[in-house]
Ligand binder design. Structure first.
Ligand code: RDL
Ligand code: RDL
Ligand code: RDL
Length: 152
């Protein structure tokens, strides 16, 4: 049975970790280990600890970069840390970021945070148990949250 780590933040305005966990529970028989940290810059080490100390096979890291310019820089830095943690552990950390300004209002933002968390949880399941399904979807314009893009 695989072990999946879930790392999320208290900064986010929606419980992204709960959405991901609900989706995982309905889709895969796995041990789930959750950790919540203050913000996205804390996700890289939280994820690395899940991979190395809790022996997770994969981690889903969820967070919400805010609207301000300093938040966008913070998101870029957090992403770089998440990528570094992946390279250091040779394991995937699926980064689920929803920028606060991606939704035109609170309702749409809530929808996007819920939906992107769930769709990336499905990516985690596929990468872990059915990598051939990912190959079938290659080049099909998949997006998480809003509608997929048109394949050419
Ligand atoms: O280590 C404590 C904090 O520095 C860390 O939690 C940061 O990720 C918090 N944070 C910011 O400092 C910031 O300027 C966050 C954001 N912006 C942000 O947009 N989203 C976050 N955290 O999740
Ligand atoms: O780890 C899961 C995702 O974070 C990761 O697959 C990203 O590469 C997905 N992604 C974005 O989050 C984004 O804002 C992509 C793009 N933009 C993009 O322009 N092209 C991509 N992925 O292939
Ligand atoms: O094609 C429209 C959007 O997908 C595009 O604007 C993306 O850049 C939005 N986006 C993010 O900003 C992000 O941080 C996406 C992701 N993460 C993601 O993981 N999956 C997406 N979009 O489909």
């Amino acid at each position: 049975m695989p072990t999946i780590g879930i790392a999320d933040t208290t900064f986010a305005r929606y419980n992204m970790g709960a959405a991901a966990i609900d989706e995982l529970k309905n889709s895969i028989s796995a041990k789930l280990i959750r950790v919540t940290v203050p913000g996205i810059k804390d996700l890289p080490v939280a994820s690395k600890k899940l991979l190395e100390e809790q022996n997770c096979d994969i981690v889903i890291a969820l967070g919400m970069p805010g609207k301000q310019p300093q938040d966008k820089i913070c998101a870029h830095e957090a992403s770089q840390g998440i990528m570094m943690a992946q390279l250091m552990t040779n394991k995937h950390i699926i980064e689920v970021f929803v920028h606060e300004d991606e939704g035109k209002d609170d309702q749409e933002l809530k929808f996007l945070m819920e939906q992107r968390s769930r769709e990336h949880a499905q990516n985690v399941v596929k990468m872990l148990t059915r990598p051939e399904k990912m190959i079938q979807e290659a080049g099909t314009g998949q997006r998480e949250g809003f509608a997929d893009a048109n394949p050419l």
